[in-house]
Ligand binder design. Structure first.
Ligand code: DAT
Ligand code: MG
Length: 147
């Protein structure tokens, strides 16, 4: 079963959007297997966003993700990486369709409310960065067969 790292960014936490965002993934039928409110360190931010190190917005990106607590989560489900990306909407809020998380809640690209892994390989890497194996809970998800 596929897993992904989803994170309510500091803007989403401050705006009180954790509950609404969690609700969307529960409604879809995905299984929550780990979650924590945490402060991202400079070092974790740099490693997590290493692919963007050469971009002009990298400094701002690292500053933003470390500017307040985030709500980091690991979710599991069939095709969850692609499906959660489509639920998040496009990176730039003006391009994010209404009904998506960014389309409904975000205005600016630099504060676009949610992070989600873009590929199954990135998901495995990011989950290992944010969570220790013992922080993930394996349990039976009884609605699976009805999805
Ligand atoms: P995503 O978060 O949709 O995977 P990404 O990996 O391309 O998007 O970029 C990571 C984050 O960096 C993104 O959520 C917001 C910020 N970002 C991307 N492009 C930007 C830009 N042109 N100016 C400012 N911030 C940007
Ligand atoms: Mg990305």
């Amino acid at each position: 079963m596929e897993r992904t790292l989803l994170m309510v960014k500091p803007d989403g936490v401050q705006r009180g959007l954790i509950g609404k965002i969690v609700q969307r993934f529960e409604d879809k039928g995905f299984q929550l297997i780990g979650a924590k409110l945490m402060q991202v360190s400079e070092e974790l931010a740099q490693t997590h966003y290493a692919e963007h190190a050469s971009k002009p917005f990298y400094g701002e990106l690292v500053d933003f993700i470390t500017s307040g607590p985030v709500f980091a989560m690991v979710w599991q489900g069939e095709q969850i990486v692609a499906l959660s990306r489509s639920m998040m909407g496009k990176t730039r809020p003006p391009e994010a369709a209404p009904g998506t998380i960014r389309g409904d809640f975000a205005v600016r690209t630099e504060s676009n409310v949610i992070h989600g892994s873009d590929l199954p390989e990135s998901a495995e890497r990011e989950i290992a960065l944010f969570f220790k194996p013992e922080e993930l809970v394996v349990y039976d998800h009884v609605i699976q067969k009805w999805l």
